[in-house]
Design a binder for this molecule. Structure first.
Ligand code: ADP
Ligand code: MG
Length: 239
């Protein structure tokens, strides 16, 4: 049976003045898949992600999430949520308050918000730590808080922009496995941007490789290794 399409990127381009940062990208992501977007710095990964998030409008083309165009979605009703490299955690709020922050717009009571935050903390392996101050957390724990905060809003798709690049190598490898497990547990589509090809290959169902604003190849990790579409992709994947 064909899987439902979660994200449909239809001929999307983005120009900044005369510079084309993203050029005619077509890509469909399936429900529940872990997809990584790879490519060298400056190739347009974050710009594409921001358009999928609805933070930025394409110059041409459209992004649909479960069939609904992002053109018509209000900021408060976006079906996606995003995790950044910097985590953007509020230092003056404790862990539970950080996670509950985004729930304000749902009109829940404080008790309801804290209950939801508590459930999420359990899912990301931080059960019982809700009252801790953010500055007591390790890098890996901060990343878990950022993930919990994004997932508590129950997005249909989670977008992650270089979520692990602030972590050292050992912790990164551990977090890769955790991230994959978390994705399986919540069951939604994860779209992760990374410039680390090994990271992408390790945890993804499929990867897309971008160069100069264009999507050069989309394939499963093994196929990318064995059948790179050209020398540029082969060098990037091998390097
Ligand atoms: P990546 O995430 O792959 O490193 P980006 O999507 O951030 O790349 O950027 C792609 C290109 O678009 C870069 O050359 C960058 O300088 C340019 N760019 C990104 N955002 C803007 C902007 N707001 N104005 C002008 N140029 C931009
Ligand atoms: Mg980027």
């Amino acid at each position: 049976m064909q899987k439902t399409t979660a994200v449909d990127i239809c001929n999307v381009s983005k120009s900044f003045g005369s510079f084309q940062a993203v050029q005619n990208v077509n890509l469909a992501l399936k429900e529940g898949e872990f997809f990584s977007l790879l490519g060298p710095s400056g190739c347009g990964k974050s710009t594409l992600l921001r358009m999928i998030a609805g933070f930025e409008k394409p110059t041409s083309g459209d992004v649909e999430i479960y069939g609904a165009s992002m053109k018509n979605v209000e900021a408060n009703h976006r079906p996606t949520n995003m995790v950044f490299q910097s985590y953007a955690i509020f230092p003056h709020l404790n862990i539970a308050e950080n996670i509950a922050f985004g729930l304000a717009k749902l009109g829940l009571s404080k008790a309801q918000k804290m209950a939801k935050a508590g459930e999420m903390l359990e899912k990301v392996g931080l059960a019982g730590l809700g009252k801790r101050a953010v500055n007591e957390l390790s890098g890996g724990q901060r990343q878990r808080v950022a993930l919990a905060r994004a997932l508590v809003l129950e997005p249909k798709v989670l977008l992650l922009d270089e979520p692990m690049s602030a972590l050292d190598k050992k912790l990164r490898e551990q977090m890769q496995m955790e991230l994959r497990q978390l994705q399986r547990a919540v069951g939604i589509t994860f779209l992760m941007v990374t410039h680390d090809q090994h990271e992408a290959m390790t945890i993804s169902d499929r990867c897309g490789v971008m160069f100069n604003g264009k999507l050069a190849q989309v394939a499963e990790p093994q196929e990318l290794y064995q059948k790179p579409i050209n020398k540029t992709v082969a060098n990037f994947i091998g390097g």
